[in-house]
Design a protein around this ligand. Structure first.
Ligand code: AMP
Length: 430
């Protein structure tokens, strides 16, 4: 089977790596990919994965490429092409593609849509309001004593959420988005949610339009510095499973959310085939959803795909064809930990082109996989090419062992200005 993966981050490297293990994969491309993806070989015939220089949101070029190479399965990693309707476009031309269509991708591309949906179908969420007028928004923020999350409605490169501790901060955030238009059209409307206290975890479920199958729990680390300090990032570490929900609780919570969500999708005629990724806060009043994403998390994908035992080509095909009810998800009992190494200065300004040393030594360690994100080739060398550079990911018999193995890999890898958190998975081990 000819396969195309769209995207260039650590999530896409994990997708390529897992798809490459499938005996169904005979040729694979990634658009645009990265230096690590270009090193992958297919298990079936040792054919190398080829990176093609097409951006993930260049829909016409992606379509032309898929037609030229007779791609039989396209797998979409990031949110932007989904929001732009890459799935609808490919389907219109008779091509098999995995991911939610544009209507279904609204769960991520519009926070207003998601908030309204959760309220309509009784999915437990934060107290919230939707506004385009700054004065009404400020009145609502005042009711919350300014303790709130102010969110641009549309996609804003993961930066559209401002957490406020008091009324001053809330008023400033509202003005920034609605008056200053700091996120452009994506911020023409905002959602304001009460600030929820509690442990935050990630859930994922693979869906086929009628059935949704829940993954184990994982936990992201959004802040740049140890102890959840510093600026918000795209996610600089992850691990699975978490100890914060027992299997029984996870099943109960997952089913409650997913049953209402599936009922809502059926009523609204939303045909969601892909990954639903709810962000959840475990509050004193039970789990509450703060957002939905419509694709694998990054770095959630790295820990989930190292634990997943199923053939990923078969799993994604079941999601496309509506046969997930016949599939049983199988997970390795081992825990997985991913520590992301970032460029100095990230998530602010950073330099690119720094030589990365020690990758071979890290890769030789047992149970370790280094997923590349912002990397590029420069002659025979691999250099940094983004904020999040790579994710050292390791399996271990338990979280402690996986954490030690991931950090052993990190210790082997060096580049100028490299930064990483030293406390990934630490909350689980307290
Ligand atoms: P989102 O893009 O909606 O996930 O928001 C980014 C981050 O902001 C989340 O991962 C949370 O850590 C935080 N956040 C968002 N909404 C809330 C909320 N209502 N209460 C507390 N924290 C929140």
């Amino acid at each position: 089977m000819n396969i195309l993966v769209i995207g260039s981050g650590g999530r896409e490297h994990a997708l390529v790596w897992k798809l490459a293990q499938s005996p169904h994969a005979t040729q694979m491309w990634c658009a645009p990919g990265n230096a690590g993806i270009a090193q992958e070989l297919l298990a079936k015939n040792f054919s190398p994965v080829e990176c093609v220089n097409i951006n993930a949101d260049d829909l016409p070029k992606l379509l032309a490429f898929a037609q030229e190479k007779k791609i039989e399965l396209t797998v979409v990693g990031p949110d932007n092409p989904l929001a732009l309707g890459v799935v609808d476009l490919f389907q219109k031309h008779g091509l098999q593609i995995w991911g939610p269509n544009q209507k279904a991708a609204q769960f991520e591309s519009s926070k207003t849509f998601s908030q309204n949906f959760m309220e309509k179908y009784g999915i437990s969420t934060a107290r919230a309001g939707t506004f385009s007028d700054p004065n009404t928004a400020k009145k609502f923020a005042e009711e919350l004593n300014g303790k709130c999350a102010v969110k641009a409605d549309g996609l804003a490169l993961g930066k559209g959420v401002l957490i406020c501790a008091n009324e001053n901060e809330a008023n400033k955030a509202i003005d920034e988005i609605l008056v200053g238009k700091s996120f452009g059209a994506a911020g023409a409307t905002i959602v304001i949610q009460e600030f929820l206290e509690g442990m935050e975890i990630s859930l994922h479920a693979i869906c086929d339009g009628k059935t949704a199958k829940l993954f184990p729990t994982s936990q992201d680390h959004k802040r740049a510095l140890d102890g959840d300090k510093g600026l918000n990032t795209g996610g600089v570490g992850n691990y699975s499973p978490t100890p914060f929900l027992s299997d029984t609780e996870l099943k109960k919570v997952g089913n409650t959310i997913l049953n209402s969500w599936l009922r809502g999708c059926a009523e609204e005629r939303i045909d969601f085939r892909g990954i639903l990724f709810p962000g959840v806060i475990l509050t004193q009043n039970g789990p509450k959803i703060i957002e939905f994403n419509a694709r694998f998390g990054d770095p959630e994908a790295q820990v989930y795909l190292t634990r997943l035992e199923n053939d990923l080509v078969e799993l994604l095909n079941a999601s496309i064809s509506g046969t997930l009810d016949k599939v049983q998800l199988k997970w390795k009992s081992e825990a997985s930990v991913c520590v992301v190494m970032v460029s100095g200065g990230y998530p602010g300004n950073y330099k690119k082109g720094k030589l990365i040393r020690g990758l071979d030594d890290a890769t030789k360690l047992p149970d370790v996989k280094v997923f590349h994100a912002g990397t590029a080739k420069n002659g025979n060398e691999i250099v940094t090419n983004g904020g999040r550079v790579l994710g050292a990911t390791a399996l271990g018999k338990d979280l402690k062992a996986a954490q030690a193995a991931a950090y052993a890999a990190v210790e082997k890898i060096h580049f100028d200005g490299a930064q990483f958190r030293r406390d990934i998975a630490a909350k689980a081990l307290l």
